[in-house]
Design a protein around this ligand. Sequence first.
Ligand code: CTP
Length: 416
Amino acid sequence: MLTDRHILLVVSGSIAAYKALELVRLLRKAGATVTAILTAGGARFVTREALAGLTGQRVHDDLWAAEAEIGHIRLARLPDLVLVAPASADLLARMAQGLADDLATTVLLATRAPVLVAPAMNPAMWEHPATRDNMARLAARGVRVVGPGVGAMAEPESGPGRLAEPEEILAAVAALLAPPAAPPAAPSVERALNQPLAGRHALVTAGPTHEPIDPVRYIANRSSGRQGYAIAAALAALGARVTLVSGPTALPDPPGLVTCRIESAREMLAACEAALPAEIAVMAAAVADWRVARAAGQKMKKEPGAGAPVLEMALNPDILATIARHAMRPRLVIGFAAETEQVVAHAIEKRRRKGCDWIVANDVSGEVMGGARNTVHIVTAEGVEDWPELPKDEVATRLAARIAARLGGADRAARP
Ligand code: CTP
């Protein structure tokens, strides 16, 4: 996934810095070369020896020593991506100011590589107007963010500020570094007519998510991914640059677009956020609403006489609702509603609740999940369109054409 990619990992001062070690392991397993910069704060939580051991490289922690050996400009030019994980409130503030008062900030100022930050701090610090301002400034400069999550912190406090899990950070890195989709063919009058979505970026999710119980077991659903893949291909056929974020499926990567494969709902959200900005988002994935609260690190064993385990579940993030309310909200956000009763009524309510523009509603009580045909209803602010039963490819082609028609008009109108 990340073969031949070079990641410069900045580890700053947060108690979550220990997770950077697992992150290095995952990045290297995915094929990346990792060079680490450890800030003075970061060194309070992890040792340079541990980072050096895991990266297999010397760790840089001193501006002047680095200057003597390699120079901050060379260090800044090395990577395909600079990843700050964990990113402390202080480091984010210094980045927002454009300071260059240590090796990390100097390299961050000197690099032309994309920058991804994974914030980690106390909820009150994350919600402080100063941090909000700093994040807005960094986002305006193109810095990407993964997390933070909501959950229990080291202190007896809960709220947003928890470092994203290493798997989520890996998914965001993979989405950011995904190779660009095949360049469009040479311009021609015919292409301009047939490719109304040329130059637009579309984000599509597809397939199920797998929520781990332990390293060998997971919770999933019956989604095959076919409808989402067909929509991704149909949008690409109209000229869009498509990022397909897919859960585990048996389908091959569609040609001519970028497919980013993830497993869990939280990884899917991280990959989607990293893929923004986009003008179109079609969320066709059957995302698991719940995950196992504490997946076991080792395979769960049957204990004689202990009976069956009871799994405690936790709510997964709602990816559609998050993207629909995102600071970089795509112009047209489309969700799906898989229903087994009162299909249209539930879809109308879901459109409002999730904050999306359209809902494609379908009845999944029959053979739809995994099947080749689908009967859908398009729910928009203007009303409901009932489409006949169609092959999934045909639903995709019609939906892509409807998106192209609406976005063509939306260039003149304020909102789709
Ligand atoms: N979805 C999502 N993230 C979730 C759950 C759903 O992004 N955690 C998206 C799906 O991709 C789809 C839409 O939300 O576009 C509706 O999915 P559906 O499963 O029908 O809705 P739920 O949110 O599960 O609502 P309910 O439980 O009321 O059916």
